[in-house]
Design a protein around this ligand. Structure first.
Ligand SMILES: NC(=O)C1=CN([C@@H]2O[C@H](COP(=O)(O)OP(=O)(O)OC[C@H]3O[C@@H](n4cnc5c(N)ncnc54)[C@H](OP(=O)(O)O)[C@@H]3O)[C@@H](O)[C@H]2O)C=CC1
Ligand SMILES: O=C(CO)[C@H](O)[C@H](O)COP(=O)(O)O
Length: 461
């Protein structure tokens, strides 16, 4: 009998199955797409079994069955659960490794529980290569069921530089998929920050693609040591195979999305989380689709400050910290609202390797939250507070320069606004409250005494 089963043998499912087999576990693979099973069958050996029917697949697995569903998120997952249910036994464990919406996972977790089936909603990050060689995994659901699959998940997961696996139990119900959603929101924010810095380098500093690639490469050895820095350098230096140019200059500047970053924003709004950089990153993708962009391209004729490249490196380091900070702030608010006991150091550790947002900064975030430290915002931690104090002058200079040049930097500017706001005791919300009370008798709190107050702003006519 096989120790593990994988349903869905497209890029992610196939590579995860091979990763499991490569770590010494026997695995069965099944897909509704026969061509995927045929491709998988090329790897068949005593530990890897291709299956062509639901029954053959389910009956090939030892009990309690451990099945990873790695298919397109949405209705296909519900259809797969309906196919599987009559074939399963109580105590079997289903893991949904797709990018499912956490609301769907809550519903499926409860539905499967009624049938005595353990349901684990697991975020997976790392793409095709990570799935094969070590992804970051974010499993949530029933903890006892997690313990039964933990040895396999720990074996296949990416490892931090110290050799710790990038997987740990996240929490109950849909918390694993929630954490993956937040991972993707952070991913949107950091990607947007990189694109704005690229825009400044080319439009203000007039750097060529190869020069920009070298700059990002240097930053990857410096203050912004991150997978996204590494791939930015690689993307910028890639030559096109259809022209003599760099491919970046022929990629249409319209951003696509599958929407997981949008989901973070939706729930952030529901929770009242101040995730303005994630919001700007989501909206920047919408903006890139707008058809009104027919004006002139920006040409900067002013001086190029000597410290621009240093300021950009410091700004990117700080705004990357803001993206993480907003992710952890939303997780803190979600934990309270949904009654999840999230372990923030473990989440940071899960993201230290294997995933798209991996960077050396996550180790500092892990430290910031260790020993049960409760932070409302990451910048309350002394290390990150000092980073803010040190780097905010650079970010202010960059935002001031792009404002003069007329270059939009929604994520960099939102990061600066976030940092200028979080510790400011004198934000002007008193005027908002005064206006609300004026037109709607909505009442207000005072800064000098307890209670709720209303002012008769004008005489009734
Ligand atoms: N690609 C990536 O980098 C990452 C992907 N993910 C997530 O992993 C999951 C798999 O991703 P990926 O490998 O890219 O593939 P896709 O998201 O493109 O999904 C393809 C797989 O889903 C199957 N499928 C589609 N509809 C159904 C259905 N109704 N019933 C059963 N199976 C169905 C497909 O079979 P068929 O060929 O017949 O349609 C195929 O096996 C997705 O949820 C994705 O969001 C997570 C992290 C990274
Ligand atoms: O989950 C992932 C990485 O962890 C995907 O690559 C991510 O979904 C890409 O998102 P989008 O298509 O919305 O940019």
């Amino acid at each position: 009998m096989q120790q593990f089963g994988v349903i869905g043998l497209s890029v992610m499912g196939k590579n995860l199955a091979l990763n499991i087999r490569n770590h010494g576990y026997s695995v069965s693979g099944f897909s509704i797409d026969k061509s995927e099973v045929d491709a998988f069958a090329k790897y068949e050996d005593d530990k890897l079994k291709p299956c062509y029917t639901w029954e053959e697949f389910v009956n090939s697995l030892e009990k309690p069955r451990k099945i990873l569903i790695q298919i397109m998120a949405g209705d296909p997952v519900d259809q797969t659960l309906q196919k599987l249910l009559p074939l399963l036994d109580k105590g079997d464990i289903l893991i949904d490794g797709g990018n499912s919406n956490f609301h769907d996972t809550t519903r499926r977790f409860e539905e499967m529980e009624k049938h005595g089936i353990h349901f684990i909603g697991m975020g997976v990050s790392g793409g095709e290569e990570g799935a094969l060689n070590g992804p970051a995994l974010m499993p949530g659901g029933d903890e006892e069921a997690y313990k039964k699959v933990a040895p396999i998940l720990e074996a296949i997961a990416a490892k931090t530089p110290e050799g710790r696996p990038c997987v740990s139990y996240i929490g109950p119900s849909s918390s694993g998929h929630y954490v993956k959603m937040v991972h993707n929101g952070i991913e949107y924010a950091i990607i947007q920050e990189f694109s704005e810095v690229y825009d400044i380098l080319r439009k203000i500093a007039s750097k060529s693609d190869d020069e920009m690639s070298a700059i990002f490469d240097k930053w990857n050895q410096g203050l912004v040591h991150a997978y996204l820095t590494e791939i930015t350098a690689n993307v910028l230096k890639q030559k096109d195979n259809l022209t003599q140019d760099h491919v970046i200059d022929h990629i249409l500047n319209v951003a696509s999305y599958k929407g997981t970053g949008n989901w973070m924003l939706e729930d952030g709004v529901a929770l009242g989380a101040p995730i303005n950089v994630v919001a700007e990153a989501v909206i920047a993708r919408f903006m890139s689709k707008a058809t009104t962009r027919e004006g002139k391209e920006i040409v900067w004729n002013g001086d190029v400050p000597d410290n621009l490249i240093d300021n950009l490196e410091k700004s990117l380091q700080l705004t990357q910290a803001v993206a993480y900070a907003q992710g952890f702030q939303q997780l803190t608010m979600a934990a309270k609202a949904y009654d999840w006991n999230l372990r923030y150091p473990a989440i940071a550790q899960n993201w230290e390797a294997g995933c798209i947002i991996r960077s050396s900064m996550l180790k500092d975030i892990e430290k910031a939250y260790e020993d049960g430290k409760q932070l409302e915002v990451l910048f309350q931690d002394p290390y990150f507070n000092q980073l803010m104090v040190n780097n905010i002058p650079a970010l202010r200079e960059v935002v001031s320069l792009v404002t003069k040049a007329g270059i939009p930097t929604p994520a960099l500017s939102a990061s600066l606004n976030y940092l200028e706001s979080i510790f400011d005791p004198s934000l002007p919300a008193n005027l908002i409250q005064g206006q609300r009370d004026y037109f709607g008798a909505h009442t207000y709190l005072r800064n000098d005494r307890e209670g709720t107050f209303h002012t008769e702003w004008y005489e009734e006519k």
